[in-house]
Design a protein around this ligand. Structure first.
Ligand SMILES: [Fe+2]
Ligand SMILES: [Fe+2]
Length: 455
């Protein structure tokens, strides 16, 4: 009897050992499978991934990323998105990327890689990832623009510039939560404070997080994206010696359709019936005039929006910008630019219709100019241009959401808490003229002419 019990106990013990060994083998095989997915070297893993357009938003998308070490044959993978995850492991189009080496201030090196996805279909959701055989980003999605005039919305941010991670990030987070389907984000210059500070650019990318990987960015450089040489000699001789941030061209892939010498700081892009024109208010102002005239005169779009850093009508005395006002506003008037979105003055200001540098009636031909700020640096308002401004209000971190339809634009400026700060609508008539409906900071949306819905 005792022997029988011992035999049974031994069998039970052996069985338990067997079950334990099988479990260990199963766990080990699972661990092995997952280990293959872990990047071998974090210095080869894509960092600072950002979507931009260098071509037509309906058929292309550019992705830039950075690695600490050089990559052998970097590439992007792309396919039409599906809810079925197995599709991601099937046949995927592989597009080679171009790399460039950059030396940082501390003599360290890094590498920027750009892939241009082309021949895409309009109005589709795509899945993409970038990297190399030694490390890939996660799969992300973006949507191509439609070829026809379709409603969409976008986010417009004034200067981020200071304390970008600790203070600015709350504004961009609120903006994206408020407009999660934004087609893109406009940054009107002074994204950082020191143009060549790798740490500050790191904060900018961290503050945006994965938003940069799914929402394209449109940006124009501010004076803080330029490094000025203010030597005694330059100051005495009145020489303006400045150089664009070394990060600008490598880390963004903007269209190269601007004037020579200003590539990727001056450009235009057409998005679902709107021409967006980015100007550079820091240098070569006169050289941009003939290019601007051509881009405005040969424009099949119903709406035209200009993005530029310096305000055409400063909100503070001694910060006025007569040179750009004199050079560019006659063209804005002549060709009926609808909106000019700016930053620089670290406050908020918004005109009514302006034509010939004067306020005009809400239904007269004219342009609306906006100054805004999204970061924490605040300036007092003390303007020589009170006459043109309908709304002047400082001391708030702000973001703007613009909803655009075929015949109207709804504009809302909001605080970083999501409260309405200013609003208006522009209605476009069949003859191309427009009417401004000015609501200011009223929260009574029932008064709004049009109940606006983005599908
Ligand atoms: Fe500025
Ligand atoms: Fe600024």
């Amino acid at each position: 009897m005792t022997n029988l019990i011992e035999t049974l106990n031994n069998k039970r013990w052996l069985g338990m050992v067997l079950v334990f060994l099988i479990a260990v083998l199963l766990i080990a095989s699972d661990v092995d499978t997952k280990a293959e997915e872990v990047p071998i070297d974090p210095d080869l893993t894509p960092q600072r991934v950002v979507l931009t357009w260098s071509g037509d938003p309906a058929t292309s998308m550019s992705v830039v990323w950075r690695t600490k070490k050089p990559l052998v044959e970097p590439f992007g993978l792309i396919l039409e998105a599906s809810h079925d995850p197995r599709v991601l492991d099937g046949e995927v189009l592989r597009t080679p990327a171009l790399s460039e080496r950059m030396i940082l201030e501390a003599s360290e090196t890094c590498y920027y890689h750009t892939v241009n996805f082309v021949n895409l279909d309009p109005g589709r959701i795509y899945s993409y990832r970038v990297g190399s055989d030694l490390g890939l980003s996660e799969w992300n999605h973006f949507t191509t623009a439609k070829t026809e005039h379709e409603p969409f919305e976008f986010i417009y941010m004034g200067d981020a510039q200071n304390d970008v991670l600790s203070h600015w990030s709350r504004t961009i987070r609120q903006a994206i939560m408020d407009a999660p389907d934004a087609a893109f984000i406009v940054h009107a210059g002074d994204l950082v404070n020191h143009p060549n500070s790798d740490r500050e650019w790191a904060e900018w990318f961290e503050a945006l997080g994965w938003a940069n990987r799914i929402i394209p960015c449109l940006a124009t450089p501010g004076n803080h994206e330029y490094r000025s040489n203010k030597s005694l000699k330059n100051r005495l001789l009145g020489i303006r010696d400045q150089k664009l941030s070394r990060f600008w061209n490598p880390q963004f892939a903007f269209p190269e359709n601007g004037p020579e010498g200003l590539l990727e700081t001056v450009y235009y892009i057409d998005y679902q019936g709107v021409r967006f024109i980015a100007l550079n208010s820091n240098e070569m102002i006169e050289e941009q005039v003939p290019w601007l005239e051509k881009v405005l005169s040969d424009n099949p779009n119903r709406w035209t929006v200009v993005i530029v850093h310096h305000p055409l009508y400063a909100t503070r005395q001694k910060r006025d910008n007569p040179e750009i006002r004199k050079a560019w506003t006659p063209l804005f008037d002549k060709y009926g630019v609808d909106l000019v979105l700016t930053g620089h003055d670290h406050s908020y200001a918004r005109t009514g219709k302006v034509h010939g540098n004067r306020s005009v009636a809400n239904d007269a031909p004219g342009t609306i100019y906006v100054v805004s700020v999204s970061g924490p640096k605040m300036y007092e308002i003390n303007s020589d241009h009170d006459e043109v401004y309908k709304m002047l209000a400082g001391d708030a971190q702000l973001y703007q959401i613009l909803k655009i339809e075929n015949d109207h634009i709804a504009f809302e400026s909001k605080t970083c808490l999501g409260d309405l700060h200013d609003s208006f609508e522009l209605i476009k008539k069949n003859d191309g003229s427009s009417v401004l409906l000015d609501y200011g900071s009223t929260n009574d949306t029932a008064n709004h002419e049009i109940a606006f819905q983005i599908p």
